[in-house]
Write a protein that binds this ligand. Structure first.
Ligand code: ADP
Length: 457
């Protein structure tokens, strides 16, 4: 049994069949018992009415009259005196002999059933006492053939059997439709996932329900779309990488050939060799950054957070960058709020700040002003790096964190940019659970703001 629909169907059927059988059994017994009870009561009340007549006139004439009445019906009567001697009977007495108890124990005024085993005995019987002047003077025994009881129960059984079969067939049909209804979307989903595993991501599943099955179908579609997006992104990324690697390699090969083949004066060959070294450096940076991104993607890097005294941290950074700023005649100002602590990985935070300061320098002219500010607002710690450099055009702003995205490809290249710096910054910021916001105006300047949630020690 491999199919889910079959398993579900069989399970439902067993449960429902069990329930129906139990209910029918219970109902059948109830109906049969009450029908027999009713018949016995009828018999007894018939005996009681004979008894009432006989109590008025307990003589041969009246006894004959009662017996005559019963000989016409499907019940029988036996009338005895108070010591059990038979006075008269509507059928040969021998048939009823064994039911007539002698002596009879005290019998209630309304009479009682003396034989009720309709499925074992040929007759059921009741007895009613005849009382004249508060003294029992005789008994009216009533008998009914149990063949009628049996045929009654047989009819009942037939009805139950027919309705049982109808219920079973009806249940089976419903179960088949129900289990198919449940498993059909599952089969569709299974087909969709095997399509996805074969690389076909354009799957669409019918929106049948808004229950868990509908949610599952939506999730599968979402998964297919995400995989499709990832596949496209990976292809674009690979194309970019090969392009980025090819450019410096073309330079290196070209200039190396020139230096090797032509007999150039030393000064000129030095110029070419410098280009080769620069391009090699670029390649090394590119590969280092790609490796960094790969590690970030795999989540195989560890963020080791510790409490950082931001004042001390930025003083060290200032010392590192001051000579470079001086060389470029750039004005660097730092404005850090006192006693500010941030829980972060110091090496990663350094990497983020280096990247942003490096960009500010790269994309600002000599003599530009660059500033770094830190402050606390409610339970957020803000770090902002601002320059008055060339800025970023509004149309490029949404893309600057994408891998290999550069606003001005040719110029950036001459500045040594790989287009991976901000992508790495973004990943590191995400890993800290922080946020990065950029504001920029072309030819006015750029500001990157980092927002960290304050974490207590
Ligand atoms: P790159 O290695 O090219 O600098 P990044 O990912 O660091 O790559 O930056 C992406 C692009 O965003 C850069 O090519 C540049 O055009 C733009 N950019 C980044 N920072 C600044 C800035 N401070 N001022 C102007 N443009 C910037």
């Amino acid at each position: 049994m491999k199919k889910l629909s079959v398993k579900l169907g069989v399970l439902f059927f067993i449960i429902i069949f069990g329930l129906i059988t139990f209910m029918f059994f219970f109902l059948h017994n109830e109906i049969a018992d009450s029908r027999i009870e009713e018949e016995l009561q009828n018999l007894q009340s018939r005996g009681n009415s004979h008894r009432a007549i006989l109590e008025k006139n307990f003589n041969d004439e009246m006894i004959d009259h009662v017996v005559l009445m019963e000989s016409e019906s499907n019940t029988d009567v036996v009338i005895t005196n108070n010591s059990g001697e038979v006075l008269d009977s509507s059928a040969p007495f021998d048939t009823f002999k064994k039911y007539i108890e002698v002596p009879l124990s005290s019998i209630p005024r309304d009479g009682q059933v003396v034989e009720e085993k309709w499925n074992q005995e040929p007759y059921v019987a009741t007895v009613s006492p005849i009382q004249i002047n508060h003294e029992v003077t005789g008994y009216v025994y009533m008998f009914q053939d149990t063949v009628s009881f049996r045929s009654l129960i047989q009819k009942l059984n037939e009805h139950f059997l027919i309705s049982g079969w109808i219920s079973v067939v009806f249940t089976m049909v419903i179960i088949i439709f129900l289990s198919k209804g449940i498993t059909k979307p599952l089969i569709k989903m299974k087909e969709a996932t095997s399509q996805i595993s074969k690389g076909n991501f354009s799957v669409s599943l019918p929106k049948t329900s808004d229950d868990e099955l509908g949610d599952l179908a939506n999730s599968i579609e979402l998964l297919a779309n995400d995989l499709n997006y990832l596949k496209q992104e990976r292809n674009e990324f690979l194309a970019s990488i090969s392009h980025e690697l090819r450019t410096p390699l073309t330079y290196i090969k070209g200039y190396a050939d020139i230096v090797r083949k032509r007999n150039l004066p030393k000064e000129e060959s030095n110029k070419y060799l410098t280009i080769i070294v620069e391009e090699t450096n670029r390649l090394a940076t590119l590969i280092k950054e790609l490796f960094e991104l790969a590690k970030l993607d795999q989540n195989s890097f560890i963020i080791e957070k510790e409490m950082i005294d931001l004042n001390k941290f930025f003083t060290k950074i200032d010392q590192r960058f001051s000579p470079i700023f001086n060389e470029k005649q750039m004005e660097f100002t730092m404005n850090c709020q006192q006693n500010l602590f941030l829980k972060a990985d110091p090496l990663r935070l350094e990497q983020i700040i280096f990247n942003l300061l490096d960009n500010s320098m790269k994309y600002s002219a000599n003599g530009a002003k660059i500033s770094l500010m830190t402050w606390k607002n409610k339970n957020e710690i803000h770090i902002a790096i601002k320059d008055n450099g060339k800025g970023i055009p509004e149309k490029d702003l949404p893309y600057i964190f994408n891998r290999f995205y550069r606003v001005d490809k040719s110029r950036t290249r001459s500045l040594g940019g790989t287009g991976l710096g901000l992508a790495i910054v973004k990943e590191l910021i995400n890993a800290h659970g922080a946020e990065i916001v950029v504001k920029s105006k072309e030819n006015i300047g750029t500001e990157f703001e980092l927002i960290f949630k304050e974490e207590k020690k």
